[in-house]
Design a protein around this ligand. Structure first.
Ligand code: HEC
Ligand code: HEC
Length: 379
């Protein structure tokens, strides 16, 4: 009897919607048919992206990064919901746009007030797997490494008066749950976890979604796979210029900016790269109050770097050419300048010629994987 009702309802849903068979499969796998009617009437949740688990190629680890699909689905809906901000005008995606590798193209981002954020928005789409990078090894988030998880980071962002405006998270979660489709999404995401508060469920779901973001299908990745992970090989589908840039990158940049040869290998997580002799924003130093941390910032991953301008913690460089010029001739001899950028006691300016500069930029552009970003992220 139950099965019959179930089928009947599924057929009814099918007759209301357009793409038939696939949709029914998703419905029967993920939702009670009545519930799906409510979901479909309110949200544009495409069925093919319901699987948030990432299968990483050997070149970036070769393992599966498991995601709780239902929690990630709820997190995804939350990520795009403007009710998460105090004036209902700002959502996570206001600053983290999927098509820009989850940045926003701004030097500093507008939030709920006329003020802007004090730092450049960090990209979320620069890792082979966000989860493998942060979830497995305890690496910390933000430019100054102050948050230890997306839950902590999200709570901080929503309570930040400039970003989302001091939201009361408990009240917000209760308010959202009065909405029928949220009630269903919460119920599906947390069927047994009665020990969690609604606020904790909301943050857990946001974490599941953000953690599911990953990019490992750039031109560089495809060539790396073809060359069995040997990043020093001449890549046949690269232009001469891109290969020239790759060699320069391997010699001068990869010691700090690893490209995730192993998705969870962190290498150097924070460093000073000589932007200033005297920083207005001391980065990790503002948190630790330790002299040797002054001017030290997160070493960002450079996947999709073409999409995430402007660059550095304060968005000071509008283009990749300007970034390369910094490493070529502009490194300042800050007392904490990292040894990888030093030659004895002086900064190691790369003194690149024009051809090398262009080659390096051309190589950085091979790290773009727009498709993965969009597939895993749009609502
Ligand atoms: C007003 C713009 C703005 C909004 C809205 C916003 N963020 Fe951010 N986000 C930033 C900025 C700026 C940073 C870097 C802050 C810093 O390091 O001090 C950041 C950093 C992060 C990081 C850390 C990434 C890393 O690699 O360290 C995560 C994760 C994140 N945001 C997720 C979210 C989520 C989830 C939401 C919604 C709940 C959100 N953000 C809303 C601007 C924003
Ligand atoms: C000592 C380690 C180190 C080396 C070597 C290094 N970088 Fe960086 N890089 C950093 C740090 C730290 C930052 C962030 C600094 C800040 O914002 O204050 C950064 C930032 C960047 C950014 C901006 C990223 C963003 O999301 O805004 C780019 C692009 C970049 N580096 C490219 C390169 C290139 C190309 C090379 C080689 C020529 C290189 N880096 C060498 C440590 C390093």
């Amino acid at each position: 009897m139950k099965t019959k009702l179930f089928l009947l309802a599924a057929v009814m849903v099918a007759s209301f919607t357009s793409c038939l068979k696939d949709e029914i499969d998703t419905i029967t796998h993920n939702y009670d048919p009545e519930d799906y009617k409510v979901i479909a009437a309110n949200l544009n949740l495409p069925d093919e992206v319901d699987n948030y688990t990432l299968n990483l190629p050997q070149t970036v680890g070769g393992f599966e990064v498991f995601a709780d699909n239902k929690q990630a689905t709820l997190g995804r809906v939350l990520f795009y919901d403007k009710r998460l901000s105090v004036n209902n005008e700002v959502n996570c995606a206001s600053c983290h746009k999927p098509e820009l590798a989850f940045t926003d193209g701004e030097q500093f981002s507008p939030g709920v007030t006329t003020e802007r954020t004090s730092r450049n928005t960090l990209a979320l789409g620069t890792f082979p797997s966000f989860n493998a990078y942060y979830g497995f090894g305890g690496t910390r988030m933000f430019w100054d490494n102050r948050a230890s998880s997306v839950m902590e980071q999200s709570a901080e962002t929503m309570k930040n008066p400039v970003e989302m405006g001091n939201v009361d998270l408990g009240e917000l979660a209760d308010k959202l749950l009065q909405e029928q489709y949220y009630f269903i999404l919460f119920k599906n995401a947390f069927p047994y976890q009665t020990y969690l508060t609604n606020e904790e469920k909301m943050l857990t779901a946001l974490q599941a979604f953000v953690s599911s973001i990953g990019c490992f299908n750039s031109k560089y990745d495809q060539e790396l796979i073809d060359n069995h992970g040997d990043e020093t090989a001449q890549f046949t589908k690269f232009t001469t210029q891109e290969n020239q840039g790759k060699a320069l990158y391997n010699t001068n940049c990869a010691s700090c900016h690893n490209l995730g040869a192993v998705a969870f290998s962190h290498g150097i997580v924070a460093a000073n790269n000589g932007l200033e002799l005297d920083y207005q924003d001391e980065g990790v130093g503002t948190i630790s109050n330790t002299q040797s941390d002054n001017g030290v910032f997160k070493v960002p991953m450079l996947r999709n770097i073409e999409l995430t301008a402007p660059y550095m913690h304060d968005g000071r460089f509008a283009t990749l050419e300007q970034v390369v010029e910094h490493y070529s001739s502009g490194i300042k001899n800050h007392p904490n300048l990292h040894e990888n950028l030093k030659d004895g006691s002086s900064p190691k300016q790369l003194n690149l010629n024009e051809s090398d500069k262009q080659a390096l930029v051309a190589f950085l552009r091979t790290l773009t994987d727009k498709e993965s970003l969009l597939a895993s992220s749009l609502l």
